[in-house]
Design a protein around this ligand. Structure first.
Ligand code: OOG
Ligand code: NI
Length: 464
């Protein structure tokens, strides 16, 4: 009897749901954030019936408060190699290379996410995945000690590995296997309050960098945050204190605009959690700070040209106003950001005409009717002007290195700023991964081109 496999989209959705439940139990403050986000989103929908209508038509209304991303930090090349295979079971592939060492964080990262439009529409869940760069630890003794500790741990259950292999061999998992896979894979992301190292080792790792202690001292790469989507990030940021949550000082990314671009995100500060150290005759208690909650609001993906402009404007603002550790100058930063970003057009049509952002094209009903009655002009601009061709923004699905560094840092304490001899090492990352990371700009360009081709074909203009 032929086996019926469940779709990778379904496995991803089951996994997202299981992870969300687990994280809410582990980090109660995250549950509070979810409630606040749901409140703010409901308010937005009530005030803006057009928005509600648009989301309903896109089938997004029911899953508006569902998590959009999470993050983990791995310790070894082998762990990264296997996580790629694990995420493949859920239809997620490595997109983009992020070098965080330029911001004093000793990791490099990628984003595992679905690629094609249909899969993104079902559930765009992504995991920002970092690999510790032990070669950036200066102290040779500490480096080899950390390597030895990491070499001993097994972060995947044997059953997870068996099910990954099954998926690779058979080309899919049955419903029962998928359920088991989700439960087993979840174990890798679970928090363990028992450190695998002594208090003394933890302190030395921590002194080298807090992040090194976070990666090396535990049994596995606990999920360190989850991030739901909000329809109004400024409102959630402003209202966090009402619920006893302390937000980071500023929202990362572009300012509030009429036409949202890229990604805006903010987080609440990581919690101090009780841990127990290993190897002592008597249990030694300590605390560890790693896990937090975040929210995100996504906008249109920018082309290389748009991104260059974004990076330049952001660098300009960050050069003018440095936000202090305690949030000093946060207001000045926000004002400067809004002011400088006036240089980036805030209309969909201008963003499109100037080739600053990616759009999805579709033939309109009027266009299709007109095509039946005669040949239309082959020029997309003319078709748009006549209302025969419509366009809508393609959502940015990836991350922003400067923002990611800001999220890392607000949870590591700003006293931890270090400058590494910055040599990004994409080759080493891809060798460990066992694959090349895909170029996100190519993916957006392909989707734009495919939508235009399909629209032209629908208008009887294929090959024009
Ligand atoms: C990841 C931080 C980056 C984001 O949203 O930019 C990130 C981490 O702290 O491990 O998740
Ligand atoms: Ni994040």
């Amino acid at each position: 009897m032929p086996q019926t496999f469940v779709s990778t989209d379904r496995i991803r959705s089951l996994f997202t749901e299981a992870m969300s439940q687990m994280y809410r139990t582990e980090v109660p403050q995250y549950g509070t954030l979810i409630e606040l986000v749901a409140d703010v989103n409901a308010g937005c929908l009530e005030r803006d019936p057009a928005l509600r209508e648009r989301l309903a038509r896109a089938g997004e209304l029911e899953r508006i408060d569902v998590e959009r991303h999470g993050a983990i930090r791995l310790g070894t090349a082998d762990e990264l190699f296997t996580i790629r295979r694990l995420f493949a079971v859920m239809g997620m592939q490595a997109v983009g290379y992020y070098d965080l060492s330029v911001a004093g964080v000793p990791v490099h990262s990628t984003c595992f996410r679905p690629i094609d439009e249909a899969a993104l529409n079902v559930n765009p869940f992504r995991v920002f995945t970092s690999l510790l760069r032990l070669e950036l630890i200066e102290d040779e003794g500490l480096r080899s000690e950390a390597e030895a500790i990491l070499a001993k741990r097994r972060i995947y259950t044997p059953r997870t590995v068996a099910l990954i292999e099954r998926h690779e061999q058979n080309g899919g998992l049955t419903e029962a296997e998928a359920a088991e896979f989700v439960a087993e894979a979840l174990e890798t992301f679970r928090w363990h309050g028992e450190a695998t190292v002594s208090a003394e080792t933890y302190k030395r790792l921590h002194d080298a960098h807090r992040l090194i202690a976070d990666v090396v001292s535990f049994k596995g790469p606990h999920i360190n945050h989850l991030t739901p989507r909000t329809l109004d990030i400024d409102a959630v940021q402003a209202r966090m204190p009402e619920r006893g949550i302390t937000p980071k000082a500023v929202i990362e990314g572009p300012p509030r605009r009429h036409c949202d671009i890229l990604l805006r995100q903010t987080s609440f500060k990581a919690l101090e959690e009780a841990i127990v150290f290993a190897g002592e005759a008597e249990a030694v208690q300590g605390t560890h700070t790693a896990r937090f909650g975040e929210i995100e609001q996504r906008g249109v993906a920018l082309t290389a040209k748009g991104r260059t402009l974004y990076d330049r404007l952001l660098a300009w603002v960050r050069g003018e106003v440095q936000v202090g550790a305690g949030g000093a100058k946060a207001g000045a930063y926000d004002r400067e950001l809004a002011e400088r970003f006036k240089a980036l057009p805030d209309s969909w049509d201008e963003l499109r005409r100037q080739d600053l952002a990616f759009f999805r094209y579709a033939a309109t009903p009027a266009g299709i009717a007109a095509a039946v009655n005669g040949t239309l002009p082959g020029d997309p601009e003319a078709l748009i002007a006549k209302g025969h061709l419509a366009f809508s923004p393609i959502v940015y699905e990836d991350f922003l290195p400067v923002s990611a560094a800001g999220i890392f840092q607000s949870n590591l304490g700003t006293d931890q700023q270090q400058n590494y001899a910055t040599r990004s090492n994409r080759d080493a990352f891809e060798a460990a991964l066992g694959a090349t990371v895909q170029d996100e700009l190519v993916l957006y360009a392909e989707r734009q081109a495919a939508s235009l081709d399909a629209a032209m074909e629908a208008l009887g203009l294929a090959g024009v």
